[in-house]
Design a protein around this ligand. Sequence first.
Ligand SMILES: Cc1cc2nc3c(=O)[nH]c(=O)nc-3n(C[C@H](O)[C@H](O)[C@H](O)COP(=O)(O)O)c2cc1C
Length: 197
Amino acid sequence: MTIVSDRRADTDAPIHDLLAERWSPRSYDPSGQIDETELASLLEAARWAPSSMNLQPRRFIVARRGTEEFDAVVARLSSGNVGWASHASVLIVTVAELRTADGQEIGSAAYDLGQSIAHLSVQAHALGLHVRQMGGIDAAALAERFGVPERFRVTTVVAVGRHAAEDVDVDPGHRDRDAAPRSRKPLAELVNPSDWS
Ligand SMILES: Cc1cc2nc3c(=O)[nH]c(=O)nc-3n(C[C@H](O)[C@H](O)[C@H](O)COP(=O)(O)O)c2cc1C
């Protein structure tokens, strides 16, 4: 499946279209829907991500727009995220399992959770959906609202939706920010660094 996007990464070496063309918009169609099959595929992609010792120390709280749970998640986002995220079709609260039920620390929990969301993001793009992740959340308030036990940590909220077409009325400020150039640090800064500053 070839996905057309004018937000394609300007890569220094060829990478798969899905990776080059995935990006994180703020402009979501407020009437966009994700069907049950699509949602199941997203969560399945997350489920099948690798994890240390296959412990799978991750949980997902899924809330569809139009439900009380969705509104509860929106109410616990930082102010800069509320406007755009409330147009997403689904919000997913991601939760890392920091300790097993018998008290063993799971040191890889954040890594393993993040990896599952990376898989979910790529699967979303393959389905023509978009994802924007959020660290700007009130994690303690989300944990309280959804009864997340202390050995788990609410980590992010992931917005999944349909990117708003040009004729859909969304905040022009979000459109502008979505049009900003996409950039990354050069590989030379990341690979075999001689300078760790
Ligand atoms: C862990 C994490 C937390 C993020 N938190 C926020 C956030 O609170 N609000 C927001 O608008 N974007 C947030 N983002 C989105 C990033 O800013 C975005 O992915 C990054 O700028 C790269 O853009 P791209 O995904 O389009 O390549 C977050 C992304 C990640 C992975």
